[in-house]
Design a protein around this ligand. Structure first.
Ligand code: AMP
Length: 223
């Protein structure tokens, strides 16, 4: 399956993507993770991306699209992938369509995670992420680790992402509404969007997502 995951910051995209990718045996490709890996390795691409990320703005398309396509070229993505955080604007969505069409393939679904804005703000304000694996996500109130600032899953150090600071979050939400939300309509025109609520326990949301993706696929096949 080839799936795109969309939703505001704090919707739980990273967490859900990790579970869904495992269930579907496809790689989880997060452009945010790719950028963060480049930054921690001190690459030229990381240097180009850092200032945009720190401000909560989008990294320019020239940098982002090339990086995403390079990742899609890797062998593990040949039979499917789950894209998390890409595309994030209409130009990227169009570029992805051109790329996929050039390979004779297309998307199977776009999963839209819906969360009320006040919930998003609460989730991000207390979010702590593991330095070893961004899918290991905790919260200072809702999901405390057994030992403060230590990941329950792997013992890694938990930290607050720089762009999770309240002033950055406001901008990220604005960017989401202005740049990213329009791609939902873009994909609706292709009949690809399934929308689910991202509220509730992580496992419940994963189950809801799996059911919605299966139903969406069946509907398209019978259309
Ligand atoms: P995320 O981990 O998905 O929340 O992404 C963190 C940050 O990385 C975003 O706020 C952007 O600055 C940058 N980023 C990630 N994906 C993209 C993308 N597709 N286009 C532009 N910037 C991106």
């Amino acid at each position: 399956m080839r799936i795109v995951l969309v939703g505001p910051p704090g919707a739980g995209k990273g967490t859900q993507a990790a579970f869904l990718a495992k269930n579907l045996s496809i790689p989880h490709i997060s452009t945010g993770d790719l950028f963060r890996a480049n930054i921690s390795q001190g690459t030229e691409l990381g240097k180009q991306a850092k200032a945009y990320m720190d401000a909560g703005n989008l990294v320019p398309d020239e940098v982002t699209i090339g990086m995403a396509e390079d990742r899609l070229e890797q062998a593990d993505a040949a039979n499917g992938f789950l894209l998390d955080g890409f595309p994030r604007n209409e130009a990227q969505a169009r570029a992805l369509d051109v790329y996929l069409a050039g390979h004779g393939i297309g998307l199977d679904g776009v999963l839209d995670l819906e969360v009320p804005e006040d919930e998003v703000v609460k989730r991000i304000a207390g979010r702590r992420v593991c330095r070893n694996d961004s899918a290991h996500v905790f919260h200072v109130d809702y999901k405390k680790p057994a030992v403060e600032d230590v990941c329950d899953e792997c013992g890694g150090e938990l930290y607050r992402r720089d762009d999770d600071a309240p002033d950055k979050v406001r901008n990220r939400l604005e960017v989401y509404h202005r740049e990213t939300e329009p791609i939902i309509d873009y994909y609706k025109q292709q009949g690809l969007v399934v929308t689910i609520s991202a509220l509730g326990a992580v496992a419940e949301v994963t189950e809801r997502a799996m059911t919605a993706l299966r139903a969406g696929g069946e509907q398209r096949r019978s259309a």
